[in-house]
Design a binder for this molecule. Structure first.
Ligand code: ADP
Ligand code: MG
Length: 302
């Protein structure tokens, strides 16, 4: 697999605050990648260093093989970055701003159709001639996403693009990003909505206090790190007996409901076998699904 972004032992300190503390991470071309972590974890600092907005204290970053400091132009060319903060040039209308932005990366008329497509996909067509400073907050957010995409970069990085935006834009944006990913673009996003990350991202990195605390395929990450709860309804007269039979598991009983924390899914089978062997009747079985939220809480409380 070809590399899209490589962070090599990257550090950033602000005075005594170690915002990013030695991160090594490679993101491959064509990935839909999630960067997660609590507030203040260092996600934006990492992305701003990638964008060349913030200078690293040490380490290096490459985008499509280009060093973001030594080969700034080439690296920046490969990247479309939507920053968390809303910063924009108030003097242009939306379409001018997009054409100007693409022009900055050497794209001219041949790129105009793409810009119109971006406007359409983000439902901005009607605002194409509206001045940036006259847009509402939500529309500004759309325009900034469009700005990052204007030069059709192979890598698209979105720093909490859906924080505080309405459901409609969220869905529209993700449909667009999925299509772009299908057509070969590398997508990297940070989000507070873990369900969103779970649904969209094939692979996830979790950062906490400037360090990488987890990196894996999303499904594996959830399977490996999160326990599933099993609830079984039994007869109250069997309660004491069941506690003995299942003494090797994490079990508690309340109101005839047996709750077992499964460390591994194959324990489920063992439990059923044990109950049957001891002739314990059970009336209902339910499991609660592990999800990214649980993994996240587990990883970030350490
Ligand atoms: P995240 O995006 O994960 O919420 P940030 O990268 O924004 O985290 O922040 C990481 C840490 O660096 C925080 O402790 C934050 O207060 C600090 N920080 C970020 N930017 C600056 C800055 N310009 N000056 C001083 N401290 C900063
Ligand atoms: Mg941030």
């Amino acid at each position: 697999m070809e590399k899209a972004i490589v962070f090599k032992n990257i550090k950033k300190s602000y005075g005594s605050v170690q915002a990013v503390n030695g991160i090594n991470l490679t993101i491959y071309q064509g990935e839909f990648f999630g960067l997660l972590g609590p507030n203040g974890a260092g996600k934006s600092t990492l992305i701003n260093m990638l964008a060349g907005i913030v200078k690293s204290t040490s380490g290096s970053i490459k985008a499509m093989g280009f060093d973001v400091e030594k080969n700034y132009q080439e690296a920046r060319h490969s990247l479309g970055i939507v920053p968390q903060e809303l910063v924009f040039d108030p003097f242009f209308n939306v379409r001018e701003m997009l054409r100007f932005q693409a022009g900055y990366f050497g794209k001219g008329r041949e790129n105009y159709n793409w810009i119109d497509e971006v406007l359409e996909r983000l439902d901005l067509t009607e605002k194409a001639f509206t001045n940036m400073r006259q847009l509402s907050g939500g529309m500004k957010r759309r325009a900034l996403i469009a700005q990052a995409l204007a030069h059709r970069p192979p890598i698209i990085v979105l720093d909490e693009p859906t924080a505080g935006v309405d459901v409609e834009l969220r869905q529209r944006l993700w449909a667009f990003m999925k299509d772009l990913n299908q057509s070969g673009h590398t997508i990297v996003l940070t989000t507070h909505y873990l369900e969103e990350a779970e649904n969209l991202c094939k692979r996830i990195a979790m950062v906490n206090r400037g360090k990488l605390v987890a990196l894996d395929d999303t499904k594996k990450l959830i399977r490996k790190n999160s326990s599933k709860n099993l609830n079984i309804k039994i007869d109250s007269k069997d309660e004491q007996k069941v506690l003995k039979i299942l003494k090797n598991f994490k079990v508690f009983i309340e109101n005839e409901i047996l709750t077992i924390t499964l460390e591994k899914l194959d324990e489920l089978n063992n439990i059923i076998v044990l109950l049957k062997k001891n002739k314990i009747k059970f009336f209902d079985i339910q499991t609660t699904e592990p999800d990214l939220e649980k993994v996240f809480l587990q990883m970030t409380k350490k």
